[in-house]
Design a protein around this ligand. Structure first.
Ligand code: DOR
Length: 437
């Protein structure tokens, strides 16, 4: 990593949504100017000049949903390795979930997470903890939300352990709204969702797996929408995976309900056909669903019914995946590969580069009140350079995350984040690597 808070001059890049070639000037951690490329310009003050020909310049991404496992489960991931994966994936901001051990339900844990991030990655990516909604994620009593907010939590969630008690959830929404801090809900009816990891349908029947119906998700989405409207309190719906939920969200938004929603790369790229062969790497909660669900989600993302992309980065050790299917942990490691894997949808014409900028950078920063770079003078110089032609194969060694659990292992990807800068400091840099002899 090179610490150059002074000047960067990135030349001759393409920028989604703008025609022609552009130069980005950075000084003191901020955008000085994004201006039409001038091959003849000689600019004083740049400590590094980067030839960006053939590269795309994007604002750095914000991941609103990552599990970094520290404290307590460092064999899966820790804040150092998780943020290294984030840097390699093009992220400047990472929100980390509360299902650590101990749970992030008090200020000591929040402060520990922030301290570890500051020690391991003083120049970013920035870590923003998400506080637990209920003590111990047990769903019985509210966590001290004000204390968590004051310690630095930017949202509250019981992710992984959805709150079954509607009265508790109602109180949580009211309390969080008073603190103007969003609640992120993992939508899953906890009684119906037993045996998660496979979608209930033709594939689960064929494989003899206990499945989770899409209704288990949609029932909770409906509950949350009704409560958000009744209380006029916002709720953010995590990792939406099915058409039924999309339809409920679309109707709610038409009525003006204060709901926002996310989906994850794996729900746009894969279906439950990935479970053929009982591949535990594709076991995730909510489960991969059908092609019809995948298409509904892609359209909803383009239209803004689904507001944002988030990774649901859920690293696990190999011994937790190399088990019989029913025993394997749920989750896919996603920070390293999110953007590169989604690029396939751009290549297929299903998403545009502008969709990725809006849904993975601008809108998440808006929802969670985080720093955002729209390339206006004075914006934080949080950006990434993406090589849309770089082909690489996903291997355990290519992932910075300790979590090697992804169904993409062994697959070729086209498109790669080659540089990430946070506040003008380069935190991931493949451009500086020496040429292979
Ligand atoms: O697949 C998942 N893994 N879904 C969750 O909700 C939790 C997560 C985890 O913590 O591993």
């Amino acid at each position: 990593m090179s610490v150059t808070p002074a000047g960067l001059d990135i030349r001759n890049v393409r920028v989604p949504g703008r025609t022609g070639a552009w130069d980005l000037l950075v000084a003191d951690g901020k955008v000085l100017e994004l201006l039409a490329h001038d091959p003849a310009a000689s600019r004083a003050g740049a400590t590094r000049i980067i030839d960006g020909r053939g590269l795309l310049l994007l604002p750095a991404l914000t991941d609103a949903h990552a599990h970094l496992r520290e404290p307590g489960q460092e064999w899966k991931e820790d804040i150092r390795s998780g943020l290294a994966a984030a840097a390699a994936g093009g992220f400047s901001n990472v929100l980390c979930m509360a299902n650590t051990d101990p749970v992030n339900d008090n200020e000591a844990v929040t402060r520990l997470m922030r301290r570890r991030a500051a020690e391991a990655h003083p120049h970013g990516p920035r870590l923003f903890p998400i506080g637990a909604l209920t003590v111990g994620l047990r769903g019985r009593e509210l966590a001290p939300l004000g204390e968590l907010r004051d310690a630095g939590c930017v949202a509250f969630s019981n992710d992984g352990e959805p709150v079954a008690d509607t009265e508790i959830f109602r109180r949580a929404l009211e309390y969080a709204a008073d603190l103007t801090t969003p609640v992120i809900d993992h939508c899953e009816d906890p009684f119906m969702a037993k045996g998660s990891g496979a979608n209930e349908g033709a594939m689960s029947a064929r494989l003899g797996l206990r499945g989770q119906p899409d209704a288990a998700e949609a029932i909770q989405v409906a509950r949350d929408i009704l409560l958000a409207e009744y209380l006029d309190a916002p709720v953010h719906l995590a990792h939406v995976s099915c058409r039924r939920a999309v339809e409920l969200i679309a109707a709610a938004k038409k009525r003006g309900a204060p709901v926002t929603a996310e989906t994850c790369p794996h729900y746009l790229l894969m279906t439950d056909a990935a479970l053929l062969g009982y591949d535990t790497m594709a076991k995730v909660n909510p489960p991969l669903r059908t092609d019809d669900d995948r298409l509904a989600l892609t359209q909803a993302l383009r239209e803004g019914v689904i507001d944002i992309l988030a990774t649901d980065h859920a690293p696990h050790a190999l011994h937790e995946k190399e088990t019989p299917f029913e025993d394997a942990k749920n989750g896919i490691s996603g920070l390293d590969t999110a953007l590169a894997s989604l690029w396939e949808l751009v290549r297929q014409g299903r998403l545009s580069p502008e969709d990725l900028v809006t849904r993975f950078a601008w809108r998440p920063a808006e929802i969670f009140h985080l720093p955002v770079n729209r390339f206006a003078p004075g914006d934080p110089a949080d950006f990434l350079l993406f090589d849309p032609e770089d082909s690489w194969v996903v291997t355990p060694e290519s992932l910075r995350s300790k979590g090697k659990n992804t169904p993409l292992l062994g697959q070729p990807l086209t498109g790669r984040v080659v540089l990430t800068a946070v506040g003008g400091v380069v935190v991931h840099d493949l451009l500086a690597r020496p040429d292979p002899a």
